[in-house]
Ligand binder design. Structure first.
Ligand SMILES: Nc1ncnc2c1ncn2[C@@H]1O[C@H](COP(=O)(O)OP(=O)(O)OP(=O)(O)O)[C@@H](O)[C@H]1O
Length: 752
């Protein structure tokens, strides 16, 4: 072939060699003038068997030699008998093989395609084709043409192939009206499309910036964003100002848009005093159903006080302890009530109380389940209670990916345990309740049958849950259920300056920073670089021996991600220091991060599908399952660039193979933010103390960081920064109203 002269090729798509569904880049073969030609180009749609006519030119590829680079193209219906036969026998139409293709073309010749499209019933004139089959062939042809047209149409709006496929699967031929009239529906209906993408599409479709669809979609988007920051609702005035700054327009009738959304059941509006509160409907109903269930669980049992005292005494003898009066009261309350909250700071005897409750229930012959919100918290609970604790997710038996609401947007997880199939147990004790958000609380409560005792344990002064809601605080604030507050610090705990100082921080009392403390150390440094240098020495040389732990067990906790002493920078430096490049150590660069064999990493989102296994030292698998969760930490044991896989061994021995595509789920974890450390405990914790944003650097955060340490807290930096944090009460306000929902339902129940 005279490659240079050829500017046009045509032929049947025979073999698709490569296709990137995100951007449509495709490599495929056709036969042109009797020769096989490899074509490359960006195509919105392609299917083997289609007839393509393309303009472009041949270019020389270093390995694959000459390839035709497509500039423009069109798919054509084949127009002569030979081509039609080729097309039909390519397998493009299901149900037509080579022989039948021949029969069809012999009968109708060049007119075949027109007949198939316009008078498909005539195909039944051929032996072996029923009327039903004839109509099916016609439908397939139409479908193919429709898909091709739709894909090309969507490309005009800059929609990636992958999304275009999803959109077409959802709407079919309705895409034309939807994209032209209300592309914002995509944000509601299709996973992977949010307001921002829909807004870009809308701009291309010429939708006006003040269109009602845009404003309503913007309102809903702002509510969902607020939920991502922990808010269950937003007051109307705040919502309005966020929406206006998102959409960059001014408009008057905010309330009428909200009313429209309320009619569509997408939002709920509640009056509170003289303010209107706007909820994304799903969160409102979650709060309501959590409140309803809590009231249902709150039943009381009549118990003989003497018998309870006797049983407690027996346990005290067995455990060789003497419970404090409040601890005893806590135990009794759990025996007498279906729902009890136990709250207290570090060292106030929560674990001891839980352990007594467990023994008590065991003596009664109760079946008991223990749970905590994260893997690490569950592991710690198992250790301190001497009985297996599970994550709430596992307790509820995850049964697949995120569940979709009627609009198709994902918001929750499917659990096998739910109202139809509740947990069959007498008592459930949940620890670290401060981390439980409204969504997982809702799922948990669905699976708890009335009659099962539920005991909620936590410290309300820890940072609130990452997800929306203020569950523990609201339950307590409602004042409707039995709550036991443990406040006394026990002798053993009182010897720990970690515990003493944590309580001082909490109460706003002055803390003396004395570097001679046994477990609460402050190393004074000024600049970020000096601070980091000191941290390096502490983590590698000093602390492991001091607390009798491995280097990887010493955890750096930092308030922020991006500052000079933030987790991103610290991780880079610590990686160089603790796990530098070395011949034979494989690496994988992913975005800004280089992962290296031997690195400490953390899973940063819940993934219920990811499979894991546990292996004995001889490499024999003895346990397997699925699900890795936000906060799980481990070590990279292998990077296989050929298989494009990275293997991580988690702290609890689970081994997970990540495809390179999945690496967005992992972060280096030499240093992690305090927020991510909630619910975990480490033998030693190192905290850089360097000024940062006031909203972030507050008492709550300091308290949470300090209480993560079991044996030693070591702060490095500026003493003033510590004191400012301890005095900064600016706990960011969370808009939640579970307490109100509980009160409403409780009052209704008790009014009867
Ligand atoms: N009634 C008691 N008498 C004497 N010591 C007690 C009593 N209750 C708890 N302790 C001791 O106080 C210390 C703290 O108790 P525990 O671990 O139960 O508290 P916690 O609230 O669970 O603390 P953390 O949240 O820090 O784990 C432990 O050493 C425990 O043995």
């Amino acid at each position: 072939m005279e490659y240079e002269a050829v500017k046009y090729v045509e032929g049947f798509v025979e073999n698709i060699i490569f296709r990137n569904e995100d951007n449509g880049y495709t490599v495929f073969d056709i036969t042109y003038n009797g020769e096989e030609v490899t074509c490359v180009g960006v195509l919105s749609y392609i299917s083997a068997g289609e007839f393509i006519a393309a303009q472009g030119e041949f270019v020389k590829h270093p390995v694959y030699y000459m390839q035709f680079k497509i500039k423009s193209y069109e798919f054509r219906a084949p127009d002569d008998a030979k081509s039609v036969k080729r097309y039909l026998s390519s397998g493009a139409i299901k149900g037509i093989g080579e022989k039948m293709a021949e029969n069809i073309v012999n009968k109708f010749g060049d007119d075949t395609f027109r007949i198939m499209e316009e008078e498909p019933e005539r195909l039944a004139e051929i032996k072996g084709i029923s009327i039903k089959k004839a109509m099916d062939i016609a439908a397939q042809l139409m479908d193919k043409r429709d898909v091709r047209r739709a894909m090309m149409f969507m490309q005009e709006f800059g929609i990636s192939m992958k999304l275009a496929n999803k959109i077409y699967t959802k709407y079919g031929q309705n895409i034309y009206t939807i994209l032209k009239e209300n592309p914002y529906r995509l944000a509601d209906d299709i996973d992977g499309i949010g307001f921002k993408i829909a807004d870009e599409i809308a701009a291309k479709a010429g939708i006006k910036v003040d269109s009602a669809f845009r404003i309503k979609s913007g309102i809903f988007y702002v509510l969902c964003q607020a939920a991502g920051q922990g808010h269950v609702y937003l007051p109307l005035d705040e919502l309005e100002s966020y929406v206006k700054s998102l959409l960059l327009i001014e408009f008057d009738n905010m309330e009428s848009y909200i009313m429209d959304l309320a009619v569509d059941k997408k939002v709920v509006v509640k009056q509170s005093g003289d303010r209107k509160l706007v909820y994304a409907a799903i969160y409102y109903y979650m709060e309501t159903s959590v409140a309803r269930k809590l009231c249902d669980l709150d039943i009381s049992y009549s118990c003989n006080d003497e018998e309870m005292e006797e049983s407690i005494e027996k346990i005290e003898q067995r455990l060789n302890i003497e419970l404090d009066e409040i601890q005893k009261e806590a135990v009794k309350k759990t025996v007498q009530n279906g729902l009890v909250v136990i709250t207290g700071g570090p060292g106030t005897g929560k674990t001891t109380t839980i352990n007594t409750i467990i023994r008590y229930f065991q003596m009664e012959g109760f079946d008991i389940r223990l749970a905590a919100p994260t893997g690490r918290a569950a592991k710690r609970m198992s250790e301190t209670c001497g009985m297996e604790a599970q994550t709430i997710h596992r307790l509820l038996e995850i049964s697949g990916g995120p569940q979709e609401d009627s609009n198709g947007s994902s918001f929750a997880t499917n659990f096998d345990r739910n109202e139809e199939n509740p947990l069959e147990t007498d008592a459930i004790i949940v620890d670290e309740m401060s981390m439980v958000d409204i969504s997982i609380m809702n799922s948990l409560l669905k699976a708890v049958a009335v009659g099962t005792r539920l005991i909620l344990v936590g410290d309300t002064d820890q940072l609130p849950s990452v997800g929306a809601g203020n569950v523990l605080k609201d339950i307590i604030a409602s004042g409707c259920f039995p709550v036991v507050r443990l406040e006394k610090i026990f002798r053993q705990a009182a010897e720990s300056e970690i515990v003493i100082n944590a309580h001082k921080i909490n109460k706003g009392e002055p803390v003396v920073l004395n570097k001679y403390s046994k477990d609460f150390l402050f190393v004074r440094r000024e600049t970020p670089d000096e601070i980091i240098a000191a941290i390096c020495t502490l983590v590698k040389k000093k602390l492991p021996d001091y607390v009798g732990a491995g280097i990887n067990e010493i955890q750096i906790l930092t308030p922020s991600k991006k500052s000079a002493t933030g987790s991103l920078r610290l991780n880079k430096i610590m990686q160089e220091y603790l796990n530098p490049p070395q011949a034979g150590k494989q690496e994988k660069v992913y975005g800004e991060v280089t992962f290296r064999e031997g690195d400490k990493v953390m899973q940063i989102k819940n993934n219920y599908q990811t499979e894991w296994e546990k292996k004995s030292k001889y490499g024999v698998t003895y346990d397997a399952g699925s699900g890795v969760f936000n906060g799980d930490t481990g070590i990279i044991t292998e990077i296989n660039t050929f298989m494009e896989q990275m293997t991580v061994k988690f702290d609890d021995e689970r081994i997970v193979k990540y495809d390179f595509k999945q690496l967005e789920e992992l972060e280096l974890a030499y240093a992690i933010t305090v927020h991510k450390s909630q619910g975990s405990e480490y033998p030693a914790v190192v905290i850089p103390m360097y000024p940062g944003p006031r909203m972030l650097m507050n008492k709550n955060l300091l308290y949470t960081a300090v209480t993560r340490a079991r044996k030693c807290v070591c702060m490095v930096g500026n003493e003033n920064c510590f004191h400012q944090m301890a005095q900064n009460e600016s706990e960011q306000r969370r808009y939640s109203s579970l307490d109100e929902r509980i009160k409403e339902i409780y009052e209704l129940d008790n009014a009867v």
